[in-house]
Design a protein around this ligand. Structure first.
Ligand SMILES: C[S@@+](CC[C@H](N)C(=O)[O-])C[C@H]1O[C@@H](n2cnc3c(N)ncnc32)[C@H](O)[C@@H]1O
Length: 423
């Protein structure tokens, strides 16, 4: 052990030591800025990790030298400059923003690095003002949730992509929407947009859902959703991957009759599945109260309703955190999912509730598009299909038994009938 005298006798550190210590401290402080907390625990990954993730995504999508990319809502352009490396001097990268000062900061860095392929674009709230039909990739990182006019933005971005071009949306809120601010309030503040809402809006704007590339990202929280502009379509005309049209009457007539007396039926129908509702009203001779269920997975704004529900707001129930907000009041005889079950992020709360509230002899029917067995639920939902095996497993877990396979109302669908399992 050194005694106090020998410590005092030690020579003072050299000037080089102090310079190195100071440089080390500076580096530590700089690193601290990069790794500041993201707000939910994890440290923000550093710029090198982010650049590596972007390059992995580009590689997976076949984006490389000579191509054109837009970094929408590019901020001060960190990612834009990475893309400039990916496309090289023969390519083009548009750093797009609604804040001129951020574009100025980006261009300052681009000039310092002599990246002449970087071009700034000042956009507007609903129009990115990018050139039409020339982009191989449109990317946005933590920007979608700021869009005050998401549908207009998506429609314009569709036009800006080449046919077959990619749209990559990286953002934070996995699963359904949980915050419902006014859209206009989003531009300047952080309110997260659920990925299910992002998928719905992108599909409605004419994009095909392709995949999720979260495995290539470096942060655990964000979702990385990939869409494609279909080739061979001149103008977007809604979701390009809708299931086949169904015969609503055929679907309704396959369902068992309800017992006589007052009854309540829950109906959750989306897209083509909504065609079954008028037929159901006619089919059930007992004239039950039909509660039209609005899934959080569908909505963009809390008060928003599917178009054929507007003006008919009585009997509408909104799910809250995947569950009914209150008891149905007894007499629940049936629940019918029509092209909507696949969209549930987590069906467990609702199935548990149906198992508790269903009257003896009641049933739950699920009609949906066939998906491949083994596909993760999240991707199945984004693709708007689901494996019947997954549906059966969910219901079994919730205390139901498969009662019958009904005749599906179109060739791409399955139709299953469940009743509470005997205890
Ligand atoms: C959280 S920052 C993300 C910046 C950058 N993408 C990044 O990840 O470092 C969100 C950016 O989106 C921009 N923004 C908001 N609404 C926009 C819109 N309609 N069009 C383009 N950019 C928008 C904001 O100005 C802001 O710079």
């Amino acid at each position: 052990m050194p005694n106090s005298l020998s410590m005092r006798m030690r020579p003072l550190p050299s000037r080089r030591f102090w310079v190195a210590l100071f440089a080390g401290l500076l580096a530590y402080v700089a690193a601290g800025a990069e790794t500041s907390k993201t707000g939910k625990g994890g440290a923000r990954p550093d710029a090198a990790q982010r650049a590596a993730a972007l390059k992995r995504v580009c590689e997976r999508l076949g984006i490389g030298v000579g191509m054109s990319i837009a970094d929408v809502g590019c901020g001060n352009g960190g990612d834009t400059l990475t893309f400039a490396e990916v496309v090289g001097p023969t390519g083009k990268v548009f750093g797009q923003e609604i804040e001129q000062k951020l574009l100025d900061a980006m261009m300052q860095k681009a000039r310092e690095r002599k990246l002449t392929q970087v071009q700034p674009v000042l956009g507007a709230t609903e129009d990115p003002r990018l050139p039409d039909g020339v982009l191989d990739l449109i990317y946005m990182h933590q920007v979608f949730h700021h869009f005050a006019k998401p549908s207009s933005m998506l429609s314009n971005l569709w036009i800006d992509l080449k046919p077959g071009g990619w749209l990559v949306i990286v953002d934070r809120q996995k699963g359904p929407q949980r915050e419902w601010p006014d859209l206009a309030a989003r531009e300047k503040k952080h309110f997260w947009t659920g990925e299910t809402t992002v998928v719905r809006l992108a599909r409605e704007a004419g994009f095909l859902f392709a995949s999720a590339l979260d495995d290539l990202w470096m942060d655990k929280e964000p979702f990385v959703l990939v869409f494609r502009k279909p080739a061979g379509i001149k103008k977007p005309a809604g979701d390009p991957d809708l299931p086949l049209a169904i015969n609503g009457k055929a679907m309704a007539s396959a369902l068992p009759a309800l017992p006589p007396g007052p009854a309540t039926v829950l109906f959750a129908g989306l897209d083509q599945g909504r065609l079954a509702l008028p037929a159901l009203r006619q089919q059930f001779k007992s004239r039950p109260v039909i509660l039209d269920v609005v899934l959080e997975e569908w909505t963009t704004q809390n008060e928003e309703l599917p178009s054929d529900l507007r003006g008919n707001a009585s009997g509408v129930v909104r799910l809250v955190k995947g569950d009914l907000p209150e008891k149905t009041g007894g007499g629940l005889q049936a629940a019918v999912f029509a092209d909507s079950y696949s969209r549930l992020w987590d069906p467990a709360p609702l199935l548990r509730r149906l198992r508790q509230e269903l009257a003896p002899g009641g049933y739950v029917a699920v009609m949906d598009r066939h998906g491949p067995e083994g596909e993760p639920r999240r991707l199945a939902g984004h693709h708007r299909h689901i494996a019947p095996g997954l549906v059966k497993a969910d219901f079994e877990k919730a205390g139901f038994a498969l009662a019958k396979e009904l005749k599906p109302p179109a060739a791409d669908r399955f139709f299953l009938l469940f009743r509470p399992a005997a205890n």
